[in-house]
Design a protein around this ligand. Structure first.
Ligand SMILES: Nc1ncnc2c1ncn2[C@@H]1O[C@H](COP(=O)(O)OP(=O)(O)O)[C@@H](O)[C@H]1O
Ligand SMILES: [Mg+2]
Length: 389
């Protein structure tokens, strides 16, 4: 467990973390959320002593960390950041087990552990162990960043906007993978995010910070039902949440400007763009911005040898939804097709944005809780029934 006791951090006269008291129970994932500059990263970095508190105490597994050797302390704490920080001149296997090396693991053990970890995120060790980071897509690189934090099996993991730089589809995939991992591993996790949908999806409890102070700490459901004040309410978007999924339009909740590529381009260029933009999939459009389909890193790796263009391999009948459609229609389309994301287009089928499951979570959660009296049935139920028709 991690425990903050009256922790304050000041830079000169500026108080960036203000008398913070907080506990992360063993096996729980607590999300620290708040606007940029509210003190999330500072709070996180005090746990592994990258930053020292001005006053107060922090305990990790009942031990006061200020009395521990920082290097020793950090070995027992996994740390995942947005910018990944993989070593470009080390292979994936070497990157994953870099901390093991400090602990004098032998070669065979390092290899075994790297293989075991790659299997956990369904990356074939034979294919990836000996590659270098720049040969992987952004999503794959971020997976390796997560695996590296897990390599020595630490009980505590700190994650600072780990999926923040990824595109919505890749982010969604990594969130889901990580939730699956956590269900098995039960790590004690402090997770920084500025995305409420992500916090609702991932966290056992949510701590909303403002100006270095905790405004509310509660389970997602409690925070959504009973926001402590107007600030919390506006942060979680209550106005949006009080409307039914028939009233909320897809364009209001879509993620604008997903990463695209033109269908006339080659596969190598697509792969390069995925790597640069740190995504695992691209929306394919024609020269007028009209949606043609979606390609994934897997599609490319499967077809690379053929040296083909994107137009040769892209699925040309993508499912999409119009920007003026309701959220209810989007949910329906996603469950009909069994997909986790949905491109949004205008009336000329030009790509406008993207809906993912997590962007739907917060809109739907209120409806599901309040369904008897707001005139809206459980949309998932209806979608499932629709499928069997
Ligand atoms: N080394 C520093 N010196 C002075 N101010 C800092 C320093 N590091 C961070 N801050 C300030 O502390 C506040 C909180 O920063 P941070 O914890 O990074 O916020 P968040 O992660 O929530 O965006 C910000 O106002 C930032 O400008
Ligand atoms: Mg930060």
């Amino acid at each position: 467990m991690i425990k903050f006791e009256n922790v304050t951090k000041k830079y000169g006269d500026l108080t960036v973390v203000d008398n913070l008291t907080l506990e992360v129970d063993k096996g729980n994932l607590v999300a620290l959320i708040g606007a940029s500059g509210c003190g999330k990263t500072t709070t996180l970095k005090m746990v592994n002593r990258i930053i020292e508190p001005t006053s107060g105490n922090i305990f990790v597994n009942e031990e006061n960390i200020l009395r521990q050797d920082p290097v020793q302390l950090r070995r027992g704490i996994g740390y995942v950041i947005q910018q990944i920080g993989l070593f470009p001149n080390m292979t994936i296997a070497e990157n994953i087990t870099v901390v093991g090396k400090l602990l004098s693991w032998n070669k065979a053990h390092s290899r075994e552990r790297a293989e075991e970890l790659l299997h956990m995120v369904e990356m074939d060790p034979a294919l990836y162990m000996n590659r270098y980071p720049n040969e992987l897509s952004g999503g794959q690189q971020q997976r390796i960043g997560v695996l590296r934090a897990l390599a020595t099996d630490p009980e505590i993991i700190l994650m600072d906007e780990p999926f923040g730089a990824l595109d919505p589809i890749t982010r969604e995939q990594l969130q889901n993978e990580f939730i699956n991992l956590q269900t098995r591993l039960h790590k004690t996790i402090l997770f920084v995010t500025h995305d409420m949908d992500e916090a609702i999806k991932m966290a056992d409890s949510i701590v909303l910070m403002r100006d270095g102070k905790i405004v509310q700490a509660a389970a997602a459901e409690e925070m959504l039902r009973n926001p402590a004040d107007d600030y919390v309410a506006s942060f979680i978007g209550m106005d949006r949440r009080l409307r039914s999924p028939d009233e909320v339009l897809v364009e209001e909740i879509m993620i604008p400007d997903p990463v695209t590529i033109e269908s006339s381009r080659g596969l190598a260029e697509a792969q390069e763009r995925m790597r640069k933009r740190r995504v695992d999939s691209l929306m394919v459009v024609d020269q007028n911005g009209v949606l043609v389909g979606i390609i994934t890193i897997k599609d490319i790796q499967r077809n690379m040898a053929k040296g083909s263009r994107i137009s040769d391999i892209v699925n040309s009948a993508p499912t999409f939804v119009l920007e003026g459609a309701s959220v209810r229609e989007a949910v329906y389309a996603m469950s009909q097709e069994g997909i986790g994301y949905l491109p949004v287009v205008d009336d000329k089928q030009r790509l406008k944005g993207l809906i993912t499951r997590s962007s739907l979570v917060s809109v739907l959660s209120d409806v599901l809780w309040n369904s008897p009296d707001n005139g809206v049935e459980n949309p998932e139920k209806e979608a499932v029934e629709g499928e069997s028709r």
